[in-house]
Write a protein that binds this ligand. Structure first.
Ligand SMILES: Nc1ncnc2c1ncn2[C@@H]1O[C@H](COP(=O)(O)OP(=O)(O)OP(=O)(O)O)[C@@H](O)[C@H]1O
Ligand SMILES: [Mg+2]
Length: 422
């Protein structure tokens, strides 16, 4: 088993509200803190908040771990505890190896020192010799793209410049553990791409990466595993794709049926439901069975050529299905009346959360588009491959070909390339 780079045992962190913010806390922390906790204090009592509660966590050396959770969940606190910017109220935090941290803009650098001096200071904190730092210096400057400002005290930097230098330092100095907190909140899209690329490189070089972010795509791309923090507690850990799905699903309540009572001008939705294989309305369905999307709508005035389509999307807005009524029925659509339309979906989609959107219109105009009409989940075995969109369980035909068999049969060409056409 590889040695662990990070170990947290029963780590809890309590803040007393009204307590001065730690030097590492940012202005944003201070401002959001005020809004989050206004009104909590009663008659001189000091309300307390547990930013972390009894967190146990082991991260193996060389592992990349994503950290997700809502605002105030404790992500930054966790990273501050393990970089020793703040002490846990109880429990033990241990790290093995040099920790290079890129926390929120506002930590890590000394404001009075210049960019150049801060690079050397950070290197020294990481235990690197001057020679070693010098060797990395050009790469840092180059990556940061702020060469002209290196002799300016960093307190005069814009937050973007600051972030560029901070990221360049964290990525190039020889830390064994790289801790990154929401780099993507600041900086332009180009620089963000550059940062993500660099992080992937750091990861490939075998260093340990801890990455807290609200950018779930980046988390999935960079970190095979993630943890999910919720109000200071470690709620789940597992493959990032699954943790992200569970996290996303927790934010929206699943409903098997949505009803509408808008006036039909000239068309209105009445209900959208998802029905399981036995016709019951349900928000959790078995992946391996067909299911039905049922749409009831009303047409008050004739809409010649009325068309209906149902769109299924993943929670990350990837359209996996867009089926139109007109694809199967050619004419005679759109007379006044009440309609019940059913679309039978075969067991083709992978395990996961889906939303249903409904579109009504004609070839010339959209009359109605109900996005996210409802959300449901397909449950089942992923066979360890949670990332696919389609799971057809197609039939295989595999034969073991006898070595004496003649070559080129049934498309399997065993002829060595130099004999082809000979
Ligand atoms: N220095 C501090 N003093 C008082 N409360 C604090 C301090 N730092 C953090 N907190 C509180 O601890 C809780 C966890 O905050 P933390 O910054 O760790 O959350 P987060 O998951 O990083 O959130 P975000 O997604 O907004 O960055 C919040 O309620 C926050 O207000
Ligand atoms: Mg944070």
């Amino acid at each position: 088993m590889p040695a662990s780079a990070v170990e947290l045992h029963h780590v809890s962190k309590r803040y007393l509200l009204g307590e001065d913010h730690a030097p590492g806390a940012t202005l944003r922390d201070a401002i959001t803190g005020v809004f989050r906790h206004r009104g909590w204090r009663h008659r001189g009592e000091r309300a307390e908040i547990w930013s972390l509660r009894d967190v146990d966590l082991t991260v193996a050396a060389g592992e990349s771990l994503g950290i997700i959770g809502r605002n105030g969940a404790g992500k930054s606190t966790l990273l501050k505890v393990l970089t020793r910017i703040t002490e846990p109220t109880s429990g033990v935090s241990r790290t093995r190896g040099r920790v290079g941290a890129l926390l929120e803009v506002g930590t890590g650098f000394h404001p009075e020192l210049t960019g150049r001096e801060n690079v050397f200071l950070n290197g020294a904190i990481l235990g690197m010799s001057r020679q070693q730092i010098k060797r990395e210096y050009d790469a840092i400057v180059d990556f940061s793209g702020i060469e002209r400002f290196l002799d300016t005290p960093v307190k005069r930097y814009s937050s973007g410049m600051y972030l560029r230098l901070a990221f360049a330092v964290a990525a190039h100095l020889q830390a064994d553990i790289m801790v990154v907190d929401e780099i993507l909140a600041v900086g332009d899209a180009d620089f963000q791409r550059k940062c993500l690329g660099k992080m992937a490189e750091v990861e490939r070089s075998g260093r340990t990466v801890l990455f807290a972010s609200h950018n779930l795509e980046a988390i999935v791309r960079l970190c095979p595993e993630s943890i999910w923090l919720d109000r200071g507690r470690l709620l789940a850990r597992g493959p990032s794709e699954q943790i992200v799905d569970a996290y996303l699903a927790s934010g929206v309540s699943r409903t098997p049926t949505s009803r509408y009572d808008d006036p039909a001008e000239p068309v209105a939705l009445r209900s959208v439901s998802v029905l399981d294989a036995s016709g019951r309305s349900s928000a959790v369905l078995r992946r391996a069975e067909p299911f039905t999307i049922e749409v009831c709508f009303e047409v008050a005035r004739p809409v010649p050529g009325l068309d209906l389509s149902v769109v299924l999307s993943t929670l990350r807005d990837v359209r996996v299905l867009d089926e139109a009524w007109s694809d199967s029925t050619a004419t005679g659509r759109g007379g006044p009346g009440r309609y019940r339309a059913r679309l039978l979906v075969p067991p083709a989609l992978a395990v996961g959360e889906y939303t249903v959107g409904v579109w009504l219109g004609t070839a010339f105009e959209a009359v109605l588009w109900q996005e996210g009409a409802l959300q449901f989940r397909l449950e089942g075995d992923t066979h360890g491959r949670a990332e696919r969109l389609v799971q057809l369980s197609l039939g295989w035909e595999v034969q073991r070909v006898p070595t004496t068999d003649s070559v080129g049969q049934r498309g399997c060409d065993w002829t060595p390339p130099d004999q082809v056409g000979a």
